[in-house]
Ligand binder design. Structure first.
Ligand SMILES: [Zn+2]
Length: 493
């Protein structure tokens, strides 16, 4: 038995000014041939899929096509999408005949010439493989589910938790495909679009309305005939014609049950819509003051508007400016992307003092550079090897550690994972547990600091991933949509 394998993922913020190119993919992982497998072992959805086949003792030959992940940033250039399209076509044609295709996707990738990159790539895959070869996909639950994605996949599984669980997602998708290949089930899928969006502040699945919604999907999976239920709170910065939340249910050969169940999930999200709009974040001024006054650290300051996992540029200086304004006297850590300052610091050398305009340069709409004098403490960066958000490594480009009073700033050429993993500091010999406060460039993914965190404060900062969705200039979303429009009455079909 031969199963083709591929991975393609990028999460687009339509409001980010930084286009996604092949270079962006190279920073997070672009592999072909046998390296697709070696890089996937034990990590990500592809790793979970491999694990499921081993556990089920499936006798099969993997046919790896391509593995490409780009994290989150602005729209994908047309040339970049074309590259993957051509690789996919050539790879699938060379791989034929295959018995199945497992495609690990993110699901929220927008290209400048194609608002639905995954639907596009799945359509191509189906054309090449025909209707009788099962295609099973894994998705991030922040995906924007589209008609073409549903039409051309036999079944799908989305992440069950935020922070995400891509390995588990791959395992579950693997088990679904194995059951289908063994003739134990006939995956039958229905979906329901939900005319709503919500900001990121209630996105954690461990509490609040998101827990309630996801728990319903888990309960549904215990019902007879239901194979898998997926809930999709679309990431909120995707301005595309089919944008909006969704739910899917895969049953064993029961379309009526799939439809009814997907409608139930959709109606539940709609019922909870106002709760999803509860805002937790506070002003930068109040946030920094609270961090200073906290009895102990580490206080996490979540820079919600500059989430590198949501597609922002990672160079927002809003919180830095506030720390400087309040003249904080406690140790603080943060990261900023600024290739110019990296160059200046490396040229000046370790131990020298530089006066620069730092950060705030990549996003002309939101960016404000800060005038700062700092000491160059160390030079580092490059590819860092650690398991983080389903990746086995990432490349932050060259980086320098700057010291400005009590504030230690890792300035890098590329975003990497922002400062969202301790390795970014530890590779400079800096222990984040000793800081009083630490800025993360994410609104939800501070899990890698969990053991040392005393408190998390979400900061209401402007940027391409800000929670204030009403302030963006939406051009393509289907209207009416809650809560941008007056829409109080809605029910699933
Ligand atoms: Zn996600």
């Amino acid at each position: 038995m031969r199963i083709a394998l591929a991975k393609f993922g990028q999460e687009t913020s339509s409001f980010s000014p930084v286009a996604t190119t092949l270079d962006t993919f190279r920073l997070y992982g672009l592999y072909e041939g046998s390296e697709v497998l070696s890089r996937a072992r034990g990590v990500g959805a592809l790793g979970g899929f491999l694990d499921a086949t081993a556990s089920a003792q499936l006798q099969w030959t993997p046919v790896p096509l391509i593995s490409a992940w780009a994290g989150a940033s602005g729209v994908i250039t047309a040339d970049t999408l074309k590259f993957f399209e051509e690789k996919l076509i050539a790879g699938l044609q060379a791989a034929k005949p295959v018995d199945a295709f497992f495609f690990d996707l993110h699901g929220a990738g927008q290209a400048e010439n194609e608002p639905d990159t995954e639907g596009h790539l799945l359509t191509i895959s189906r054309e090449i493989l025909g209707d009788n070869v099962p295609i099973i996909i894994a998705l991030d639950h922040h995906a924007n589910l589209t008609q073409r994605m549903v039409d051309h996949a036999d079944g799908l599984v989305a992440h069950r938790t935020q922070p995400h669980d891509p390995f588990d997602t791959g395992q579950l998708a693997g088990r679904m495909l194995i059951a289908q290949l063994r003739g134990e089930i006939k995956p039958t899928m229905a979906w329901q679009k939900i005319p709503m969006i919500a900001h990121q502040e209630q996105f954690l699945t461990s509490r609040g309305p998101m827990k309630e919604w996801f728990d319903l999907a888990r309960e549904m999976e215990t019902r007879p005939g239901v194979v898998s239920a997926s809930t999709f709170p679309m990431q909120p910065w995707l301005d595309v014609p089919e944008g909006g939340w969704a739910a899917t249910v895969v049953t064993n050969n029961d379309l009526a049950l799939a439809r009814k169940s997907a409608a139930e999930l959709a109606n539940k999200a709609w019922e909870l819509r106002e709760q999803f709009w509860t805002m937790d974040s506070i002003s930068p001024e109040a946030a920094v003051r609270r961090a200073v006054q906290a009895e102990r650290g580490v206080v996490i300051l979540s820079d919600t508007g500059d989430s590198v996992f949501g597609g922002a540029t990672g160079d927002s200086t809003t919180i830095l400016a506030e720390m400087l304004r309040q003249e904080i006297t406690q140790p603080a850590l943060m990261t900023l992307v600024d290739p110019e300052v990296v160059e200046i610091a490396i040229s000046a050398g370790i131990g020298s003092e530089i006066s620069v305009k730092l950060g705030g340069k990549l996003d002309p709409h939101f960016g404000h550079p800060v005038d700062i004098t700092a000491k160059v403490v160390q030079i580092g960066g490059g590819r860092l090897e650690t398991v983080v958000i389903g990746l086995e490594s990432f490349d932050m480009g060259r980086a320098v550690l700057l010291e400005a009073g009590n504030i230690m700033i890792v300035v890098s050429e590329a975003r990497g994972v922002g400062g969202n993993h301790p390795i970014v500091y530890r590779h400079f010999g800096l222990e984040p547990a000793n800081a009083k406060m630490l800025v993360v460039k994410t609104a939800s993914n501070w899990q890698y600091y969990q053991e040392m965190t005393s408190e998390v404060i979400r900061v209401d900062t402007p940027g391409a991933t800000m929670s204030r969705l009403h302030d963006f200039e939406w051009k393509h979303l289907p209207r009416p949509i809650y809560p941008l429009d007056e829409l109080s009455e809605w029910a699933a079909d």
